[in-house]
Design a protein around this ligand. Structure first.
Ligand code: C2E
Ligand code: MG
Ligand code: MG
Ligand code: MG
Length: 274
């Protein structure tokens, strides 16, 4: 398998006769090879201050641009990297590369996604500290994004990990809020600095009145509990205005920019917080 590349692989990915397990093994080998060959890349998406509309940070998103036209999206390779244990190497690569690239930009904050498997690793906080040490990236410019799945599955470890990361000076965000089952009241006990409202919920804000009451209620409660609120998936000016009115602190989405390589992000007509 490991010698198959490009077209041959894509054909196999698409062959209907392949079982899900075979497909998984192919992608797994491909990821291993992609990591060895340093084919992975990190793209960034602006995070904008809702009030001033200035870019105050970016979210790092893994990209695997190896096959033009046949690119695998994170939703295809991250789950396989998780189940195969390759997420440790991939996650470490993304964190290191992002810290290196953002290092010279003195004010921009950096938000990096962390998989449940990484967060579960008792060495995780030490690995973060080691990347901060070698890249000299300031801990207080870094935020790590985790999802509720992990927190619910191991609340004790989650609490400890979050406390240790905060002791390093790094912020912790709850990603994809609104896609799971937890109430904000329960999640509050984990001391997240930020909650990110998922695009499936934030996108409802201009749908109907009930949906919009749900979104603004969530924002109000999270803010009252001392958390920063970010809305993801902002695509239109109307959504931007409604989410700002509803009290979101920060906004992120195609309305501002899709994820792009860092040099392209820095050329966007978005003022940067100076
Ligand atoms: P996420 O962390 O919730 O990231 C936001 C996703 O929404 C990104 O998809 C982004 O491209 C997309 N998005 C941003 N703005 C809009 C919008 O206005 N409309 C719509 N429809 N989509 C928007 P992407 O880059 O494909 O990543 C998907 C997921 O894969 C991420 O969701 C995250 O959970 C995971 N992921 C990506 N990179 C990494 C990584 O380095 N490590 C880990 N563990 N997970 C990652
Ligand atoms: Mg995220
Ligand atoms: Mg999200
Ligand atoms: Mg997600």
């Amino acid at each position: 398998h490991s010698k198959m590349t490009g077209k041959a692989c894509m054909t196999l990915y698409n062959a209907e006769l392949n079982s899900a397990r075979e497909r998984q093994l192919l992608i797994e080998n491909d990821i291993r090879e992609g990591l060895e060959r340093e084919e992975f890349d990190v793209w960034y998406q602006p995070i904008v201050d809702a009030r001033t509309q200035a870019m105050i940070g970016v979210e790092a998103l893994a990209r695997w641009p190896r096959r033009p036209g046949g690119e695998l999206k994170p939703d295809d390779f991250i789950p396989v990297a998780e189940t195969s244990g390759l997420i440790y190497a991939l996650g470490q690569f993304v964190l290191r590369r992002a810290c290196q690239q953002l290092m010279p930009l003195s004010t921009l904050k950096l938000s990096v996604n962390i998989s449940p498997a990484q967060f579960r690793d008792p060495e995780f906080e030490n690995k973060v500290a080691s990347v901060l040490g070698t890249t000299h990236f300031p801990a207080r410019r870094l935020q790590l994004e985790v999802t509720e799945t992990y927190v619910l599955e191991n609340p004790e470890r989650a609490r400890a990990a979050i406390a240790n990361l905060k002791a390093l000076g790094t912020a912790v965000a709850l990603d994809d809020f609104g896609t799971g089952y937890s109430s904000i009241g329960y999640l509050r006990r984990f001391n997240f600095d930020t909650i990110k409202i998922d695009k499936s919920l934030a996108g409802l804000v201009d749908d109907d009145e009930q949906a919009s009451v749900l979104v603004s209620g969530t924002i109000r409660i999270a803010s009252a509990l001392g958390m920063q609120v970010v809305a993801e998936g902002v695509e239109t000016e109307k959504q931007m205005k409604l989410l700002r009115l509803a009290g979101c602190d920060q906004l992120q989405g195609y309305y501002y920019s899709a994820p792009k390589p860092l040099n392209e992000i820095l050329q966007l007509p978005l003022q940067q917080q100076g």
